[in-house]
Design a protein around this ligand. Sequence first.
Ligand SMILES: Nc1ncnc2c1ncn2[C@@H]1O[C@H](COP(=O)(O)OP(=O)(O)OP(=O)(O)O)[C@@H](O)[C@H]1O
Length: 284
Amino acid sequence: MNLSVKDISKRYGKVIALHKVSLQCAKGEIVGLLGRNGAGKTTLFKILFQLVEPDSGQVEFSPSKHKTLGGIIEKPGLYGYLNAYDNLKVFSRMQGLRLSEKDIELCLQRVGLPIDRTDQVQNFSMGMKQRLAIAIALLNQPSYLVLDEPFSGLDPIGIKAISSLILDVVAKDKIGVLIASHLVDQLSAISDRIYVINNGEIINSGETQQLIKDHSSYYTLYASNIGESESLKKYQAEIFPTKAIIQLKGHQLVDLLQELQEENIEITSYVPEVDFEKLFDVKA
Ligand SMILES: Nc1ncnc2c1ncn2[C@@H]1O[C@H](COP(=O)(O)OP(=O)(O)OP(=O)(O)O)[C@@H](O)[C@H]1O
């Protein structure tokens, strides 16, 4: 089962917001849409929700099913003066759902919100607002969840918590999730695949780890004795006792790992550092 965006284009006057954008998201998959401000992410999401009409192209669900999409666009639209319980009640009624008190409590528990918190949601932290918005987006049991900048305004712990929640929802409900963000580290930590959008065009895409590898020129290598390495001296590297930051071309990594192994330097992890210019370079 797939959500398919096919050749979507949209102009606002002279501004080309989207140009022939195509992407796919399968059920059970997390797909990232990485783009800077103004790249066209929100316009695409508005088109998915039929809030904006594209000039050309189609959105297809296969096989098609009624009410198949849930999500958050721009920022969580909550009633700030109501508590979490009443927000869920109002939004479920709007969708024609009649949920019992127990059902609503389960919705709150599902996203990790306390059921005994009765104050207005305007007092909530950004992370709690995001959780509530995700609970609302899941009310109609969508096949796909669309999240626009779910990490914005969150601290690192909040980002981790929302990421775990999204992973948990995907694992349990086998829904597909499409996440737009400008944060490459956060998006790559959670997405199976990533599309890079720039000035309304998809300029790069691929399986996350491969995309990062292909667009990394620096690697951080960790080993308890890496500072003793002789072979590292041939490379352009900043060497510390337990880590080294090294400029490498893709194929050099395998050679270096081999050389380090021969020196009895046991690498505990290596982390590719994405080269943003390369990732956003259309000619790359
Ligand atoms: N209603 C509109 N009228 C005119 N131009 C618009 C409209 N909506 C968006 N645009 C323009 O279309 C382009 C894409 O905007 P969009 O909001 O989709 O990008 P975005 O990637 O979501 O960025 P951001 O994260 O800043 O919202 C931008 O140049 C924006 O100024």
